[in-house]
Design a protein around this ligand. Structure first.
Ligand code: SAH
Length: 355
């Protein structure tokens, strides 16, 4: 049975499904889901992320969080957590870079939130020396100071899409047409969660909601506000998204998101404003939304690249220069990707960010 057959049978029985239900099945179905069945970041993978482009990314993030830990008086026991750690590369680079930070490693409990058994096995190998622990929900994060990173995690969370119709909304749903999956529209209804979007949209505009992101941020921000710590949320997106950002990537190319369920990575741009509002509501301060390129430059990526370049020549040097450009240049990942920092209102901001 393919996932396409399974989804078609479900739609025949229950009627059209939301984009969020479709994303959840495609990404996380226990035996047929995209993340459950493969390593999407490997050599034969479908997409590449910042930590897989260069070690500099994880090193600078590790040092930014270690500086927060120092600024907050070096708490004696804390959680160093990552949401959606992929191949474990980012955490490995963070830990290598912070080896020399006196007392940091001995005080750290390394906790990873990962839904995919395949990726969990790869993380276990990469991070073997550091004895990490896995959790399945952020509510399992210990009650201790929390220093957390999430890179390209929120973009994988399921979204719902709505099209404005007068002062109501119609949800974009996935049903069947001529024996294939196809988009359609649900009935008109008011949406309390979209009340504030009546101000900046017109009839026919499409907006997206990521309902599962809010409880996750609420828990993280609550831990940071209560126990101290800091969070760095990095993803592609903006303060407010408008329009259809639902996309599928297969073999590094965009494809129709309905064409091969379970075979392609599905993502949507992250709408940072609701995340920031949820953090504030949980009593946590947040930084200004900052472009990734600006953040990495402030943390000294160019000096780090120069140091790494010293012994290199030829194609290795070219690869390093290209990686630096790819992470920071506004026409590459530098501007499309943003960073939101979470921190306790009494503490200093994470380095690289401003209020
Ligand atoms: N942060 C890594 C990987 C990004 S890919 C990097 O930058 O390279 C998205 C990651 O989030 C994968 O590890 C995926 O398995 C995980 N993931 C996606 N949805 C999840 C969910 N609902 N719960 C836990 N992990 C999830």
């Amino acid at each position: 049975m393919t996932l396409a057959n399974l989804l078609q049978a479900r739609i025949a029985q229950d009627g059209p499904m939301s984009v969020a239900d479709y994303m959840t099945e495609c990404l996380l179905h226990p035996t047929l889901g995209y993340y459950s069945t493969r390593d999407p970041l490997g050599p034969q993978g479908d997409f590449i992320t910042a930590p897989e482009i260069s070690q500099m990314f994880g090193e600078l993030i590790g040092l930014s969080l270690a500086q927060c830990w120092i600024d907050q008086g070096r708490p004696g026991r804390f959680t160093l957590a990552e949401l959606g750690p992929g191949r474990g590369t980012l955490m490995a680079d963070m830990l290598r870079a912070t080896q020399g930070v006196d007392g940091f490693h001995p005080a750290a409990d390394i906790v990873l939130l990962e839904a995919s058994p395949t990726l969990r096995a790869i993380q276990a190998k990469t991070l073997d020396a550091y004895a990490p622990r896995w959790i399945t929900s952020v509510t399992d994060l210990p009650d201790s100071p929390l220093f957390l990173v999430a890179n390209e995690f929120f973009d994988a969370l399921p979204i719902r899409q709505f099209i404005r119709d007068d002062s109501d909304w119609r949800e974009r749903l996935i049903g069947m047409k001529d024996e294939s999956l196809a988009f359609g529209l649900g009935p008109r209804s008011p949406q309390i969660a979209l009340k504030n979007r009546l101000e900046d949209t017109q009839d026919g505009d499409l907006v997206e909601l990521c309902p599962s992101a809010i409880p996750i941020i609420t828990v993280i921000a609550g831990r940071i506000a209560t126990h101290g710590g800091a969070g760095l949320i990095l993803d592609y997106g903006d303060w407010h998204s408008l329009g259809d950002t639902f996309q599928a990537l297969h073999a590094h190319k965009p494809i129709d998101p309905l064409s091969s369920p379970g075979q392609a990575d599905l993502t949507a741009h992250v709408d940072f404003e609701p995340l920031a509002s949820a953090a504030r509501a949980a009593g946590c301060a947040h930084s200004r939304l900052t472009p990734q390129g600006v953040f990495l430059e402030r943390l000294g990526i160019t000096a780090r690249a120069q140091a790494l370049a010293k012994p290199l020549s030829g194609s290795k040097l070219e690869a390093l220069v290209a990686a630096h450009r790819r992470l920071t240049h506004p026409e590459e990942m530098g501007n499309l990707f943003k960073v939101l920092g979470l921190y306790p209102s009494y503490a200093a901001l994470p380095p690289g960010l401003e209020s």
